[in-house]
Design a protein around this ligand. Sequence first.
Ligand code: 13P
Ligand code: SF4
Length: 455
Amino acid sequence: MSIATTIELISNGRAAGATCTPDLAAPTWDFDTVPGYGPGSSMSDVIPTSAPRQGVIPDEYRNAPDDELHERIERAKATLGDRVVVLGHFYQRDEVVRHADFLGDSFQLANAALTKPDAEAIVFCGVHFMAETADILARDDQRVILPNLAAGCSMADMADIDSVEAAWAELTALYGTEPDADGRVPVIPVTYMNSAADLKAFCGRNGGIVCTSSNAATVLEWAFERGQRVLFFPDQHLGRNTAKAMGISTDRMPMWNPRLAGGGNTAAELLEAQVVLWHGFCSVHRRFTVDQIAQARREHPGVQVIVHPECPMAVVDAADVAGSTDLIRKTVAAATEPTTFAIGTEINMVNRLAAEYPQHTIFCLDPVVCPCSTMYRIHPGYLAWVLEALVRGEVLNEIVVPAAVQIDAKVALERMLAAKPRPLAGQRDPGPAATGTAAPSAAATGTAATTTVRA
Ligand code: 13P
Ligand code: SF4
């Protein structure tokens, strides 16, 4: 399938040209040598100079027609058999998802990395922090591969270890280190899964934990059992939405701007704080607005609005359901009557759900096609390239987290794996009947071989 066809499919019948940039029609590798996240929702975000770049891959992969790439990937996977496992995030394009052995949200994929101890290689069709997590959790001799090294995450890049260490030094100087009468320390660091491995290690060594969007509520409870406050990074929106659902007042959630002394807050504000929120956000989910929800309700009476908790608080408040990518999927899967769903998350996932559940009317809240710039960077050409290299015995694009970072990061990740997914307070889980069984249909992905991982 050509990129133009993909865009056409992504736009799902919307007005031609309703994309956030015409560059989406260009081949992915056109952006390998230029700095930046590439076309899509993060294209205006500032990319750190240290962000990995992808070198140009051989012509044979760039010039191959889509059918040929598909066959080459299948052949390489068949040759490798159980020696390789391909993991795919829900936001990956269909031409990649069809080759995934496991499809899931970030919590499920972290678990999936543990389910194939015999595989010599884990090929992660997702973004950099997910591949790092797989490397930390996988057996030492398993090799983790990210097909395009430029598949980072602009939100993860909004917090770096130096800025977090500096914030921590300021906060601990203000709060001290003495536990209160209940044995709770002054502050617990919580990092969203969407963060670099060294930030997960920071949490591991400072009594903290990692969360994903599916278990953020359980994780915040864990943190408040052990601490009086939380420093939550990098996603302000997930932190705010989760804490608010627990009943914490937004007045007690100051934002920490790493470029300002005290994060831009007075000492009194920080002393009152229950959750200090890092100034980070996702450029995909920031596109969703209350006006879009109002329009969907006007045009589709009875519409169910489901959004990801990376959306701003006003959007989450105006929606009917807010939850992780898997909760979004389960909510749609659980609907027994034909329903109209307006969904506020990445467009590839929304359109896959629309194809998978034709009995429902499903559309993206944002009328403009603007995929996640970095998930989008994994094109089947890169997947064919890394898999055929594996067949030859070569490991390309390996993600290796330094051993010293792994040790502490694993502590925080193991705490996260023990924190069970559960919806934000006030949200309903559609229930186990809908969990983890729906494989994308042939219509949606061209193959039914994909398995969705059980949470
Ligand atoms: P999930 O954990 O819900 O899959 O979210 C990951 C992500 O990057 C959302 O933007
Ligand atoms: Fe990062 Fe947002 Fe893309 Fe998720 S959707 S990978 S948070 S930029």
